[in-house]
Design a protein around this ligand. Sequence first.
Ligand code: UD1
Length: 419
Amino acid sequence: MEKLVITGGTPLKGEVVISGAKNAAVAIIPATLLVNGICTIENLPNISDVKLYCDILKDLGAIVTWNSEHEVTIDTRKIDSHKTPLDVTRKFRASYYLIGALLGRCKHAIVGSPGGCNLGARPIDQHIKGFEALGATVDVSNGNIAASAKKLVGTSIYMDVVSVGATINIMLASVLAEGTTIIDNPAKEPHIVDVANFLNTMGADIRGAGTDIIKINGVKELKGNATYSIVPDQIEAGTFMLAAVASKGDVVIKNCITKHLESIIAKIVEIGGNVDANGDHLRVWCSKRTTKATIKTLPYPGFPTDLQPQMGVALSISDGTSIINESIWESRFQYTAELNKMGAKITAQGKSAVFEGVKSLNASPVYATDLRAGAALIIAGIVAKGKTEIYNLNHIDRGYENIEEKFRKLGAKIERVSE
Ligand code: UD1
């Protein structure tokens, strides 16, 4: 078993380069199934979820060639199966994109019911509603989802819940459908725009991604033979921004789109941190104790749920009492029990948590309960007095590339140790 050992107390200083966005990558890789040709994807994050996804595509008959650590060429001309390896697809959440992509390409898909981080109930009713509206029949049984259609025909689909996954999945299923599909009340996250840009580069006709209405004019085929570069990861950027603030450091975050980070910048400034944003990079620094805040997580452009635990660490040592309302995932406060082992004073109940700011955190053995909780615990370890040990690193490795190396370059005393 591996653990991270962090000797805390060093303010982070220096530069960090942000990788490609995990949540864009895990949608664009399955989106290549819609292309009857070859596509090259650049700026892929080197994380376990991306490798797993590429292996699933190989299993379906794609030829996957890694050109470098961050670039892959995928040839989907010989896809010969719509049945995914069920034990694998059941393991992670983003496997749900295989339903939309395979429905679009083969008119059939069989995928294990998506697993992933335990953040509470994670229904996919809006995905299914979309597929059915396009003409598919969807059967959920024995832990699997089977979808099939004689043909897919564009229509208007109103999303009852703003859902990132359902928005992308309906886009995937409708790109090759007959006629026009309208997605009303879609999610607007940067990776939704990224997936639409990728598909348009390959020959799709998607308009309005990132706005209140997405219109997809079905096309006969996607040609491929193009190269696409994945957008920088705004959650990774936000993680390092909040680490800089919590550790009273001074960090330049490179290769990010500062426009995607506005809600995080606003909250950092509100609690007393400093941000100087310059297009594709920003400097974040903090020289005094931060102050309390009230946060509510919301779909983009609101404050992202995926940065809530990292913000929670900053608030746990801020002056005053802060409140976080988590409006997306009901079980996203599991990390607060781990932070309390480190001396934080957090009371979490249902979708709210009250943070009574303490002056400092103390080292303790702690367990990553999910991906972003793991990132939060690393920040807590960097801030805390003494040697913190973090277990369950598989969660962290799913979504952060070389995380300890990046933090080490900023001066953190962090090591991965095998027990
Ligand atoms: C994606 C992200 C995840 C992030 C989340 C919210 C990926 C791979 N994962 O997850 O990191 O935390 O967006 O920004 O991109 N819902 C329904 N019915 C549905 C679908 C969703 O009720 O059919 C609800 C969910 O329970 C949740 C909310 O809608 O409360 C948002 O979920 P959604 O945006 O779909 O999250 P994911 O796509 O799973």
